[in-house]
Ligand binder design. Structure first.
Ligand SMILES: Nc1ncnc2c1ncn2[C@@H]1O[C@H](COP(=O)(O)OP(=O)(O)OP(=O)(O)O)[C@@H](O)[C@H]1O
Ligand SMILES: [Mg+2]
Length: 162
């Protein structure tokens, strides 16, 4: 199994707009070669994050759920971004039918909803876990200690103080 990325922080996201702002910050911290696991139950906000990340990477078009095709690939100004939604993946064989080499190439970024379906076949650079609360969501962020992360943490704390 791959090692878990280090814990960066936990934050309460009071509303969808806060999820979007965090996604934007996270998008700005990503580098080519990164794989972002987006975890959480149905409706937790994974696609909201993916959309905000793609926006931060310069994608100006629509972002549709790739639940039937499993993966949609976007050519952004930064590079190719793959968005996967593996909810409907029924077996490990089907998951391994995905071109994981292509997905983990150093010149692209992968955003993966329901990464548990991969059974650890792909290592995560980042792990974002969302929990549904009575009001809003709880976010746990794991990833590499990059300087851009400082601004994400500052942003989250600022949201919590407001
Ligand atoms: N922090 C938040 N507080 C309240 N609602 C939120 C928050 N973030 C996102 N939402 C809402 O949660 C709903 C589901 O979001 P989204 O589609 O992104 O979830 P998902 O995890 O991708 O779901 P699925 O597992 O079905 O793909 C949306 O209506 C979105 O507006
Ligand atoms: Mg989704």
């Amino acid at each position: 199994m791959h090692a878990d990325p280090p814990l960066i922080g936990i934050a309460h996201l009071q509303a969808e707009s806060v999820t979007e702002r965090v996604g934007k910050r996270l998008g700005a911290a990503l580098r080519l070669g990164d794989t972002v696991f987006l975890e959480g139950e149905l409706g937790a906000g994974k696609s909201t994050l993916a959309r905000a990340i793609l926006g931060a990477l310069g994608w100006r078009g629509a972002v549709r759920s790739p639940s039937y095709s499993l993966v949609h690939s976007y050519t952004t100004p930064v590079g190719v971004v793959h968005h996967l939604d593996l909810y409907r993946v029924a077996s490990m064989d089907e998951a391994l039918g995905l071109d994981l080499d292509e997905l983990s190439r150093g010149d692209s970024i992968s955003l993966v909803e329901w990464p548990d379906r991969l059974g650890g076949a792909l290592p995560a650079t980042w792990r974002v876990s969302l929990k549904v609360l009575d009001k809003g969501r709880e976010l746990e962020l794991r990833g590499p200690p990059r300087t851009e992360i400082e601004s994400i943490l500052a942003h989250l704390n600022q949201e919590n103080d407001s």
